[in-house]
Design a protein around this ligand. Structure first.
Ligand SMILES: Nc1ncnc2c1ncn2[C@@H]1O[C@H](COP(=O)(O)OP(=O)(O)OP(=O)(O)O)[C@@H](O)[C@H]1O
Ligand SMILES: [Mg+2]
Length: 489
């Protein structure tokens, strides 16, 4: 199905090749995980398979590639689309249609499927990924995980013989991730579909894969069956704290219903974050985490209940400068907040809004850039960076402003182990400096590293709270059980 022979890929004139003389054969019906740290070449490898590299992302490619007997280097991307279903790691980017159902139908139209056959295929695909009932929603209003599910549905509906997925589970809750693997297993074993997917962790998540190809610096470092012992262990916390500071965030009995929605996105939520405390929050896709993040930083207002940040109700209008000093939010999709033309400028933007003197801005941005490893990227455009790096820029820019309350929505999306640890260390350092931190995340290993307490939300309500060790281990076990019993994503 896939045959790469001595393939080398270079982007621009930068020194090291992204892929370096890679040869790889994948037979029909295999389920291959491509593992390796950020920058090792997994995304490049996947993007070669339908010609996104080099047709849409300019690159120099040498070597021979055959996918389903076709040459993606000479065929246009649309001609490969009937054979290769690809979900990139940035699902928010891909939706182009007005409703969820139209988005799934769009791919089928491009394959020339007649209208009568389209409807049931759209319905089945949406059901398989757990998006029943959202047919008429505007894709732009979906939660992060719902957007990822939609991208998967669009591709599954096309029933390609090769599925190429770049980190398909990063935005999914644990039950969703486990159910996705079940679907992939069904497709491989039942229908002979070939699956190749990038998975940086490649730990636990490899279940169902028949083979793990590990990349390092653009080369294949290992290729073999998955390690049966690779289980998802929880790391020890980065350092015990006993936060006793004053309350920086007080959310009291807050509810919110989006216009036109049948159910409440938040339904009577109360919580507190103290100075020096890291509060974690986790819960299924669409449970209200990002909604709460926006409320906690005063970006939106609840229908009922109060949100008090730094002693002031968020309904009280304050100058932008005061608001920025009180609370900072890193969005789940940082494209909504990256505004500057260079990383250097992005790091300085907030400090300028806080009217920090210029020499101090230079000093602080240099320090932050160094701590986050952004030094070599200072002149790059933030939006042209990869997903995980873009997120790091957003975290660094907010951290530079040193707000009293730091709210981080899925800060480790797309991160590898090294980046997760770096972000975790920054969170713990911020708390050590007296910042109150609220982390909303599916990344149980991040929460285990940083959280003093964890809340679990479902359907806009807090359903459990406790110490991260106990709660997160339980949620993993629960996810496994749910996935085993539920056919849908
Ligand atoms: N603008 C909107 N209009 C209508 N519904 C919305 C809007 N924004 C969010 N929702 C819905 O509100 C619910 C909560 O969304 P939210 O983004 O807070 O979930 P989440 O817990 O962050 O999910 P995820 O884990 O996928 O990021 C979801 O069902 C979502 O579809
Ligand atoms: Mg969210």
């Amino acid at each position: 199905m896939i045959d790469l022979h001595d393939v080398t890929v270079r982007f621009g004139t930068r020194g090291e090749p992204a892929l370096d003389a890679v040869s790889l054969q994948v037979a029909a019906g295999e389920h291959v995980v491509v593992a390796g740290p950020l920058g090792a070449g997994a995304s490049t490898l996947l993007r070669l398979l339908n010609g996104v590299v080099p047709h849409l992302v300019a690159a120099t490619v040498i070597g021979r590639i055959r996918v389903a007997g076709l040459d993606p280097l000479t065929l246009p991307v649309y001609a490969m689309a009937g054979h290769v279903g690809m979900v990139l790691d940035d699902p928010g980017l891909t939706a182009t249609q007005g409703t969820v159902a139209e988005e799934v139908a769009f791919g089928l139209e491009s394959l020339g499927i007649p209208a009568g056959a389209m409807r049931p295929r759209v319905a089945t695909a949406l059901h398989d990924v757990g998006l029943d009932g959202l047919d008429d929603r505007d894709p732009a209003t979906l939660s992060g995980g719902e957007q990822q599910r939609l991208a998967l549905a669009s591709v599954l509906a096309m029933e390609p013989s090769l599925l190429v997925l770049d980190e398909p589970a990063t935005n999914l809750d644990p039950a969703g991730a486990a159910a996705l693997l079940a679907i992939l297993r069904r497709l491989c074993v039942g229908r002979g579909v070939t699956v190749i997917r990038a998975d940086r962790d490649a730990c636990g998540a490899t279940s169902g894969a028949t083979r793990v190809v590990r990349l390092a610096a653009g080369r294949i470092a290992a290729d073999g069956p998955p390690d049966p012992d690779a289980a998802l262990g929880l790391p020890a916390p980065l350092g015990p704290r006993s936060p006793t500071g004053h309350v920086v965030l007080a959310v009291s009995d807050v509810s919110l219903t989006y216009p036109g929605a049948a159910t409440q996105a938040l339904d009577g939520i109360s919580l507190e974050v103290r100075a020096g405390e890291v509060l974690g929050m986790t819960g299924p896709n669409g449970s209200g985490k990002s909604t709460l993040a926006r409320l906690a930083t005063g970006l939106t207002q609840p229908d009922a209940g109060t949100v008090v940040v730094g002693g002031l109700d968020t309904r009280v209008r304050r100058p932008a400068r005061e608001r920025a000093a009180a609370a900072g939010l890193v969005f789940q999709d940082p494209r909504h907040q990256l505004l500057a033309a260079t990383v250097r400028e992005e790091l300085a933007l907030g400090l300028r809004a806080l009217r920090t003197p210029e020499p101090e801005i230079s000093r602080r941005t240099a320090l932050i850039a160094e701590r986050f490893g952004l030094g070599p990227l200072l002149d790059r455009h933030p939006l042209r960076l990869g997903r995980a790096t873009r997120k790091v820029v957003a975290v660094a820019a907010i951290r530079a402003m040193a707000p009293q309350l730091l709210v981080l929505d899925e800060p480790t999306i797309g991160a590898d182990d090294a980046l997760r640890l770096l972000i975790a260390q920054e969170i713990v350092d911020a708390a050590g400096e007296g910042t109150g931190v609220l982390v909303l995340s599916h990344d149980v290993r991040l929460l285990a590293l940083v959280a003093d307490r964890v809340l679990v939300v479902a359907n806009g309500r807090i359903t459990a709270s406790g110490s991260p060790g106990v709660l997160l281990a339980n949620s993993l076990a629960l996810a496994g059980a749910e996935a085993a019993s539920a056919p849908a994503l």
